[in-house]
Every structure is written in structure tokens, then in C-alpha cells.
Write a protein that binds this ligand. Structure first.
Ligand code: AMP
Length: 282
């Protein structure tokens, strides 16, 4: 595996790989790698000649009162894990390298962002599509891998690719969980021991909501209330949102029908966690 910090070096190597007719899989991450990231990398390994992983904590997608500074980082460990997962090129630029001067162009996502984290984190997805656009140009992937744990991100990236004609395929990968159901997340390290015991109930709450829908409850509000009740009773966290929307359009539904997403964000003392379930109802 080679580690690259400079844009010019990356474009030069990518140029060679392209010239040789090799396919490229890209896995964008913010590092502090866990089994979720590594599952994306392994899938990319299976499906492409060359695997590029980026590790970049993108300042543009963090709000002023969010955790950009304290976001966990461990580059040494990440290098080892990425190599073991079969990554060929690890691209880890500094913010100055990605954003050397103020941009003349500002991206603004106007659909699929008025709910969920898009509503709670204004500007977040503008920052995401900006960095992902740059990474797409630099890495020129045939396939790009994103986790469905961040389902709204997958919906937005699909919109980006469709709207701006990026010649690549977006692959959404199932959420990787701990045995107890807790979705793997770099931010889980900020849970206190007690919160760690309670946090698996986030997924249990989503499953309780889905179970109600699968038993035939069509009223979205009732399913949301069931989920909220479970979260309140068992997680000890403050609820940021619980929403039930169509997927991937992310529009509110009153009557559950077709493919929907039941999604939540909750706040513990030092970490805001998100999770979701996507399911289909007749
Ligand atoms: P992050 O470093 O949190 O920006 O995540 C990088 C990529 O890994 C994103 O596409 C995430 O959706 C994905 N990812 C993060 N956690 C998980 C997980 N538990 N299961 C699957 N994919 C994940």
C-alpha cells in the first residue's frame, strides 16, 4: 500500500492506472477506521483492480459547534488496518492540500436535505458533496462505496452523481453492527461505559418501530411514537430526531407504503449517534 498526501501525486498515479485500463474503487472516510469502513474496503477490493481509500476529516462538513477538533484520529493504526483490508492507495491530505484557497464555486444541495441530519446540521451536506466531488475528480473511480448507516448521505451522493453526470456507480453497503446491534461508528469511543451498555437500544428501538409496521400498522406517526417510547425508556439519550420517510427521496410519509427509512439521531454526553433501518411495506 502506498500513502499519498499530495493531490498531484494522486492524480499522477491515477493517470497511470487509468492508462493501463484498470478499474478503480474509491472508499472515502474520515479515518479512525472500524469494521464498517473495512467492510467497504473489502467489497471494493473484490470488485476493482485498484482500491483507493481516502482519510480526510473534512472541515467543510462540520458546523461551528460540532466535533471537528475532537473527532478521533489515529493515522498509524488506520494505515495498518487499511493495508490489511487490501487498500492499494491511501490518500490522506491535510486540509490545506484539499482547500488551498477559498473556492470560487460553492455547492448547495437543494433536495433530500431538508429532513434528518440535513435539517439538524445546516451546510453539512454542502460540505460533503464538495469534498466528494473533489475526490471523484482526483481518484476517477469506476465505483464509489458508501455505508447505509449514513443513508441520507447515500441518497444525496446518488443525487450528486445523477445531477452532475459523474461516470461512476455508487455502491451502498449495509450497516455493520456490533453483536449487540450497535452500529459501528468512530464516535462510539466517546461513549461512557454506561452509555455503551445503553446505546444498543437505539437499534432495538428502530426494530420495535419496524416490527409494528410489519405487523400491519400503516400510520407513520404510531410507528415513530413506538420508536420514541423505546428510545426514551431504554437508551438514556436525548432524542435529536426520529423520522419515517420515503427512501431514497426522503419525503415525509403519513401512510407507510413502499420503501421507507426509519431513522434516528440521539445525543449522549460526548457523542451524537445516528442509525436507521430501511424496509419495504406493501
Ligand atoms: P466516516 O469515516 O464516518 O465518514 O465513514 C466513511 C464511510 O464509512 C461512510 O460511507 C460511512 O457511511 C461508512 N460507514 C461508517 N460506519 C459504518 C457502518 N457501521 N457500517 C457500514 N458503513 C459504515
Amino acid at each position: 500500500m502506498i500513502v499519498i498526501k499530495k493531490v498531484k501525486e494522486l492524480t499522477s498515479i491515477v493517470g497511470e492506472k487509468k492508462k493501463a485500463g484498470l478499474s478503480i474503487g474509491l472508499v472515502p472516510t474520515m479515518g479512525y477506521l472500524h469494521e464498517g469502513h473495512l467492510t467497504l474496503a473489502k467489497k471494493a477490493r473484490e470488485e476493482n483492480d485498484v482500491v483507493i481509500m481516502s482519510i480526510f476529516v473534512n472541515p467543510l462538513q462540520f458546523g461551528p459547534n460540532e466535533d471537528f477538533e475532537s473527532y478521533p484520529r489515529d493515522f498509524e493504526r488506520d494505515q495498518k488496518l487499511a493495508e490489511e483490508a487490501g487498500v492499494d492507495i491511501l490518500f490522506a491530505p491535510e486540509p490545506n492540500e484539499m482547500y488551498p484557497k477559498p473556492s470560487m464555486i460553492v455547492m448547495n444541495v437543494v433536495e433530500r436535505t431538508d429532513r434528518l441530519c440535513g435539517e439538524k446540521r445546516p451546510g453539512h451536506f454542502d460540505g460533503v458533496v464538495t469534498v466528494v466531488t473533489k475526490l471523484f475528480h482526483l481518484a476517477q473511480p469506476n465505483r464509489a462505496y458508501f455505508g447505509l448507516k449514513d443513508a441520507q448521505q447515500v441518497a444525496v451522493i446518488n443525487g450528486l452523481v445523477e445531477s452532475l453526470n459523474f461516470p461512476l456507480e455508487v455502491i451502498g453497503v449495509e450497516t455493520v453492527r456490533e453483536e449487540n446491534g450497535l452500529a459501528k461508528s468512530s464516535r462510539n469511543v466517546y461513549l461512557t461505559p454506561t452509555e455503551r451498555q445503553l446505546a444498543p437500544h437505539i437499534y432495538q428501538a428502530l426494530k420495535a418501530g419496524r416490527a409494528l409496521a410489519e405487523q400491519g400498522e400503516k400510520d407513520a406517526e404510531k410507528v415513530i411514537n413506538e420508536t420514541i417510547a423505546h428510545l426514551n425508556e431504554h437508551t438514556g439519550a436525548e432524542i435529536d430526531y426520529v423520522e419515517l420517510l420515503s427512501f431514497p427521496e426522503l419525503t415525509p410519509v403519513q401512510t407507510i407504503k413502499g420503501q421507507v427509512i426509519l431513522a434516528t439521531a440521539v445525543k449522549y454526553s460526548n457523542a451524537r449517534l445516528i442509525d436507521n433501518i430501511i424496509f419495504e411495506c406493501e
